[in-house]
Design a protein around this ligand. Structure first.
Ligand SMILES: [Zn+2]
Length: 157
């Protein structure tokens, strides 16, 4: 791991992607690598308790569960097939093995993936992480005044 880098430097070069990803995967602040990223299981802190870097800008949304399902699914399905092909155990053995393993893996991998994704968004200056971005109020679309509709149609010549 590298040491802390200037997190409030206003250039993208000050935010190395790989270092940030590793720090996020370790569930640490992507800027300093010391403060905890989560205040609870999957609740991202508003700001790093160590360096004060704002982390509330993240928009991880559905990406962490998506990648978790992809990773855990491929792993468990591969194991299920391997065990079935080599040992052909009864179904209750499959259920006893794979259901708890899937649950434990998913709950273990999910915060790792979420931490890495939040750190990636931070490193790539996505969403509100860009200090030079103008603040967007509302949906970012220009206000358009809709033309008034006629109250009634008048077909008289
Ligand atoms: Zn920090």
């Amino acid at each position: 791991m590298q040491g802390s880098f200037p997190h409030n430097d206003r250039s993208t070069g000050a935010r190395p992607v790989l270092t940030s990803l590793l720090r996020g995967a370790a569930q640490k602040c992507p800027a300093c690598g010391k403060g905890a990223m989560f205040r609870r299981y999957l609740k991202v802190v508003d700001a790093c308790p160590h360096c004060g870097e704002e982390l509330h800008h993240h928009r991880a949304d559905d990406a962490p569960p998506y990648f978790t399902i992809v990773i855990v699914g491929h792993l468990v399905v591969g194991l299920v097939l391997a065990v079935e092909m080599t040992h052909r155990p009864p179904l209750w053995v499959h259920a006893a093995l794979w259901l708890p393993l899937t649950l434990i893996l998913a709950l273990t991998v999910l915060p790792i993936i979420k931490g890495a994704l939040v750190a990636l968004q931070w490193a790539l200056l996505m969403h509100g992480f860009d200090p030079d971005a103008e603040e967007v109020i509302g949906d970012g679309l220009p206000d358009v005044d809709p033309s008034p509709l006629p109250r009634r149609l008048d077909f008289r010549p």
